[in-house]
Design a protein around this ligand. Sequence first.
Ligand code: CXF
Ligand code: ZN
Length: 372
Amino acid sequence: MTTPARAAICRGNTEPFAIEDVELDDLRPDELRVRIVACGVCHTDMAVRDEQLPVPLPVVLGHEGAGIVEEVGSAVTVAKPGDRVVMSFNSCGTCPSCEVDAPTYCYNFFPHNWSGTRADGSPVMFKGGENMNANFFGQSSFATHAIAHEANTVKVPDSAAHIPLAQIAPIGCGLMTGAGAVLRSMKVRAGMPIAVFGAGTVGMAAIMAAKIAGANPIIAVDVNDGRLELAKELGATHAFNGKNDAIGKIKELVPQGLGYVFDTTGINSIIQDAWGLLAPMGICGIVGASDPKANLTFNEAEFMGGGRRVMGILGGDSDVGSFLVELLDYHVNGQFPYEKLIGYFDFSEINEAFHASEDGSVVKPVLKIGEE
Ligand code: CXF
Ligand code: ZN
């Protein structure tokens, strides 16, 4: 017997999202049905809407969901009915990357996250009896209810019981990516200088994490002065506008070079300028969505000679479960104050929430979908 739900259907960028009736499939052993309380909006949702990623349309998006578990399959151990949970991306659990707790590099990422169905091709959602593409990032949380999986569900720890789920929801994607890039991928060392290019959700999370790691100085670069002010509130010791010779100013501030540069812009010229700032053994982390046809060039001798590294990063090398709990601990302690990035919208305002992200007026829109 299917479960009725309401979901925001994405039919591409020529039509607004429309909230319509759908039905969820019965649960498989490793699945949970979650009543969604809130879901963050991420640029990856926009990339799918704009058909820049190979996700079939129409589809139910949303991959930063949080809610209350209603029912679990027979093999689920991560949570039980009534638990508060937050969801992230899905993974197979058995490939060589998953085996070493690196699920962001899951060999089977596409079928588990972007195929519109379960990995075995079966639908998780129907609309008027017809199959509907869903299971986006193993959730599709722009809906009143979602089917999630053992691998992408995290029980909210009791230490965060007082934090509203609407505030917890966005932790499973961009925030995790920026913080994980600093703490897990690049393993930023205390006392070392870092520059973060782009002060969106990922860049801001990287700045907060750089402060946690004890990096110094922490330099934020963006073209929006408002964002630079916020970056300073969150931990940046210096903030330079990219339109005003930020590279020259960084060279002046740290003449010996930077231990780390982190690019969230995906813009070739910025990445090339950024890695030109690296000190010996410096690491350039790249995470921005770039033009798939773009290639970077670099001077081989400069890289090899100084032991410099370029590191492609997905999802901040998060292992999902323990890293999200660690980030929630930092949040509860006030060391990861990402609530300053959030603007809340009602579910019915989903189109306004997307506009607010795109015009830059809100760093992290969060849709409030149901009661806690
Ligand atoms: C993802 C990319 C793959 C790992 C987790 C995060 N980005 C989503 O927007
Ligand atoms: Zn995302």
